[in-house]
Design a protein. Sequence first.
Length: 583
Amino acid sequence: MGKAPPRLRRTVLAATAAAAIAVTAAPASAGTSPSGAAPGWQDVVVTGSSADGAAQAVSAVGGRILASLPLVHGVAAQLPRGAALDPQWLVAPQRELRVAAATVPAGAGSSSTVRKTLGLPENGDEGRGITVAVVDTGVADVPDLAGKVSDRVDVTGTGRGDGFGHGTFMAGLIAGSGAASGGAYQGVAPGAKLVDVKVADAQGRTDLITVLRGLQWVSEHARDVQVLNLSLSSGSPLPYQIDPLTQALESLWHRGVTVVVPSGNDGPGAGTVTSPGNDPVLLTAGGLDESGTAGRGDDTVGTWSGRGPTWQGDAKPDLVAPGGHVVSLRSPGSVVDTSNPQARIGSDYFRGSGTSMATAVTAGIVADALAVAPKLRPDSVKSLFTGTAYTAAGLTRAAGAGAGGLDAARVLAAAPDWRSKPSQSQSDKDNQVVGRDAKRWAAFEKAVLDGDGVAAEAAWKALSPASRDWAARAWAQLDPAARAWAARAWAARAWAGAGDEWAARAWAARAWAARAWASDDWAARAWASDDWAARAWAARAWADVDWAARAWASEDWAARAWAARAWASDIWGARAWAWLPEA
């Protein structure tokens, strides 16, 4: 799959991203970042041409280096509030990530029949010789995983094990032996090995910087890892082209690691895919509900499963896999376990739902495919999976199933002789469009940075229709209402109506930030269920007042840093950049 050169992507998108030029008032970490930001400081990720250069840029403004991240050509850092870096450095705010489990009523539905639905035999040894990195809350020492974990790293500093219970569940879906159940709850790749990359603490809390540190570790051991399972998701204040999380995952992808991510659990509405599932390069799994049967005719997309298109117009998810009422391993004494005793099955197993589970199932089948066809590259794996998916009345693109349901039997039969057909995603086309207009985009960016409205409007008009269409698709979808507004002349009002602080306010839509981070709809629906994590899990781990009220909805962040309403659609070039009234 094609990809624009990093410098080109950065040059173009620097003119269309929040926090790309000046440091905004990003919230301090509420999770497990290397060092919580003290008053007057903010945790950020600075990326550019190199990790060493980013470190020098941070030090030059009195900042502190938290971690070197060569994977994204940058560093995790703390910067004094108000510090401004040269425009060549992109500054991404710290943010929370969440495990992708869903809200499903207690006792609803029968337990999943995963292996049968996928077309796998009742007992198998698939995945032998392949290693899957589970980037999650840790993996507990339980009987079904005896001898499965080949390596561990804890970037949280909280010690080995899984005090939360999510990572163990994912590990069981991938490589659990099923020994404690006589094979009834065997994983889909029981022959595979696992690498436990712990990025979340015992309350399930994690953040961008901590996850990036985990991914950096994986990159340094990439020769030993063929598949990466990241059953975490978040909203993001940045487009995937410059979001450090998606860029880290893309870097691993291009090094030969097949990365599987969830579509998120904000369904069933359109446009509910979360980051990093919005990245068109990665393999994004939505969740299907098997309706308690191994037959495929009654399969449907889970109501909780995130649907596309993404706000940049890409179709997601790529496919769906079993994720409803799935049975996997219990981590005794963990938060999930003690909060949800009704979800236990015997002494060793647990039941849960969400796109986390669908992601782990998909990652396990990737391991199976690579075991029989080890030369497949990630792009070919993705093509193989989407090219062999099955459809049903309830598994259509319109229903949010992408290419359809994951068919492991067809995948394994086709893998040895699979050859990807040349294809071009919308992102490839966008990158080509942007590349052809690179000089005009540079002129537009310079005018924007200079605050020269006349020059910016002239540069905008000089762009090709295809480039203007790209910009309209990439930004107008942040908020449907943004398509309709007719702005007052932006030149008369500058960029944020606030002088030198325009870069801190001018780019991301308040509607987007609210929807992605602090909305009641998100906090109420995103995580837990009586079936998996329960309202108590959501309340104590993710949606607490301390984080939701302070970190994203605060006057310091939501009201000031993201005060811009949204980029508009086709009309914004002529009239653009003005502000809607306060909501």
